[in-house]
Design a protein around this ligand. Structure first.
Ligand SMILES: *Cc1c(COP(=O)(O)O)cnc(C)c1O
Length: 380
């Protein structure tokens, strides 16, 4: 048997493809298309392929380097730059993005100049601030902004979008969503603009989308975490019939010893400037795993066995092994959250491994298409 590399992230492509397919079906049954967001996995080509196989035709990333990678891999999808670009990025944005999201007139002017230089029409979506306080034009400034953009040669307005629950944690309530739709309709009327894509938010919008009776002007939603991890993100609820166990992180035990549970000797701050409280409960099954903060966002890991992560330094995770018998060379498996997946996929020190059974039908697929009205199960 070929040994699997360590440390590694195991990515179940079948389960991700299943999640994408079901979410696409559920959103489309409410008249809303899905843009698949792959920034959290560094636009990994195999995961991107799972999205595309599920029928996703629009893909979004946050870095131009990922746009370039997808363009060069000839991925059959419309490529969108989610993160509003900086002035230094306009060359690559025009070169590699089919659509970019924008909120600054200086940047759009630069995109206009660059588009002319490259002999292209560059499509943009204008981001609107609805209270979460990250990117977006303030609604009161939107009409003037739109009229300025409409003057710019080489720029086409492909749509409008907004974002929730990223920085300020502001939720896409029924009222907020209606307010956004009303704004979109006003702009459409005032400027006789089509605004083909109206993108209402991200995985935090799913509860609203599944429950609302009126999606208003919204015809697109940008989904990353919900496809990758089977959860909506407003409350962290599980989406039924989707997989949550899509990623695993496996690392190696490098030391196992009985040690005291509290440090002994005069104590100062640790290597990260922190003072950590320890509870003394006598001798402990002390386990070291050979990865640390340089490899993974440790607070985002949950061990699959009943072990307890005590803390981490750059290259070690210290674990209370409880009464689990582990020996040097054993594997320890963790369930990573979105932040941990982000770090693992970004790290060059982590092997990326894929699970895919060609032509397999996942057991959850059965009658899921008959579930029309979707309910979200709140976090336990
Ligand atoms: C990251 C991001 C998304 C995707 O968010 P998820 O919670 O992963 O669905 C959507 N839109 C914008 C602007 C983003 O930055």
């Amino acid at each position: 048997m070929k040994l699997k590399p360590l440390p590694r992230i195991e990515i179940n492509l079948d389960k991700i493809q299943h999640n994408a397919k079901i979410l696409k079906y559920l959103c489309e049954s409410k008249g809303v298309g899905v843009t698949g967001v792959v920034k959290g996995v560094c636009a990994d080509l195999q995961i991107v392929n799972a999205f595309v196989q599920a029928g996703i035709t629009r893909l979004a990333v946050s870095k131009t380097i990922h746009l370039e990678k997808l363009k060069k891999a000839k991925i059959n999808a419309t490529l969108i730059l989610l993160r509003t670009p900086g002035l230094s990025e306009v060359h690559n944005v025009v070169k590699y993005a089919d659509i970019s999201m924008n909120s600054e007139i200086e940047v759009i002017r630069a995109l206009s100049n660059e588009a002319i230089k490259q002999g292209k029409i560059h499509k943009i979506m204008i981001m609107v601030e609805m209270g979460d306080l990250r990117e977006g034009v303030m609604p009161k400034d939107l009409p003037e902004f739109i009229s300025e953009v409409m003057e710019l040669p080489g720029i086409e307005i492909a749509g409008i979008g907004t974002n929730f629950a990223c920085f300020g944690g502001v939720l896409p309530t029924e009222d907020k969503m209606r307010e956004f739709s009303t704004l979109v309709e006003q702009i459409r009327k005032q400027f006789s603009l089509e605004l083909p894509i109206v993108s209402g938010g991200n995985s935090a919008n799913l509860k609203w989308l599944f429950e609302t009776k009126n999606t208003g002007a919204i015809n697109d939603i940008r989904l990353g975490e919900s496809i990758l991890l089977g959860r909506e993100t407003a409350e962290g609820g599980i989406i039924p019939n989707l997989y949550q166990d899509t990623f695993k992180f496996v690392a190696e035990v490098i030391e196992v010893k009985q040690k005291p549970s509290a440090p002994y000797g005069f104590r100062g701050k640790n290597g990260f400037g922190e003072s950590i409280e320890f509870q003394d409960h006598g001798w402990m099954n002390h386990i070291l795993v050979g990865v640390g903060r340089q490899d993974v966002f440790v607070p985002g890991l949950v061990p699959m066995k009943p072990l307890k992560i005590l803390g981490a330094t750059s290259d070690h995770i210290v674990i209370d092994g409880k009464n689990i018998h582990l020996k040097v060379g054993d594997e320890v498996t963790f369930t990573p959250n979105y932040a941990a997946i982000l770090s693992l996929m970004t790290s060059p020190y982590i092997h990326k491994t894929y699970i895919q059974f060609k032509g397999s039908k996942s057991e959850k697929q059965g009658n899921v298409y008959s579930i029309y009205k979707q309910r979200i199960i709140p976090r336990q």
